[in-house]
Design a protein around this ligand. Structure first.
Ligand SMILES: [Zn+2]
Length: 201
């Protein structure tokens, strides 16, 4: 399959306008942090206009999860399609994109993320990658996003606290306490804090 014929497939399926806009969308705004070949699955985070969007394609579940405004607002499939999705198809290996296109009508588009588990898991994976590279500041930032986004967040709260204290990130730790703990006390909601109160008591 030549490059040209793949572009033509994309144009036929999604329109020339969308294809051209996706070509212009910067490659470095898409962070692919998980990629599995068989069965194909890709998890990515996209930065667009200072906002972060999640885009996950899962071949085995035949699901496309995305949360950009276009994808969220429209109910018709064709109108949900955005530059982020087409750009991701252009970035991943062509054989996988072609496979997705071939089976495209069988994919379900989803935006609902009950308990934000998908987003929470993505943030945890990003944090773990940063921890592997000893990039603690970024790891804590991703963990914080995971905590804010995910309802069932007890494990990640503990991990955040442990990482911050073990690596002497006390400013981040106290900021975290203030934002999450002090505000929750004010609001009378301590659900977020399963074990933090007793930590290194
Ligand atoms: Zn999008």
């Amino acid at each position: 399959m030549t490059k040209k014929s793949f572009s033509n497939q994309l144009i036929d399926k999604f329109s020339l306008d969308l294809y051209q806009r996706s070509l212009k969308f910067p490659r470095n705004k898409i962070n692919i942090f998980y990629l599995r070949d068989h069965p194909f699955k890709v998890r990515s985070i996209i930065l667009d206009n200072d906002r972060e969007y999640h885009l996950i394609i899962n071949e085995i579940k035949k699901e496309i999860f995305h949360d950009c405004p276009l994808f969220l607002i429209h109910s018709e499939r064709d109108k949900k399609l955005c530059v982020h999705f087409i750009k991701l198809l252009l970035i991943i290996k062509e054989k996988f994109s072609i496979r997705i296109l071939r089976d495209f009508d069988n994919y379900t588009f989803i935006s609902d993320d009950i308990g934000s588990r998908k987003k929470g898991k993505s943030y945890q994976m990003l944090a773990d990658k940063c921890l592997d590279n000893n990039n603690f500041v970024e790891a804590l930032s991703y963990m914080n996003k995971g905590i804010i986004n995910q309802i069932d967040n007890g494990i990640i709260v503990e991990k955040f606290v442990k990482t911050a204290i073990d690596n002497n990130f006390f400013i981040e730790f106290f900021e975290f306490l203030e934002i999450n703990y002090v505000n929750k006390i004010k609001n009378g909601n301590l659900r977020l804090f399963p074990k933090v109160l007793w930590f290194k008591g």
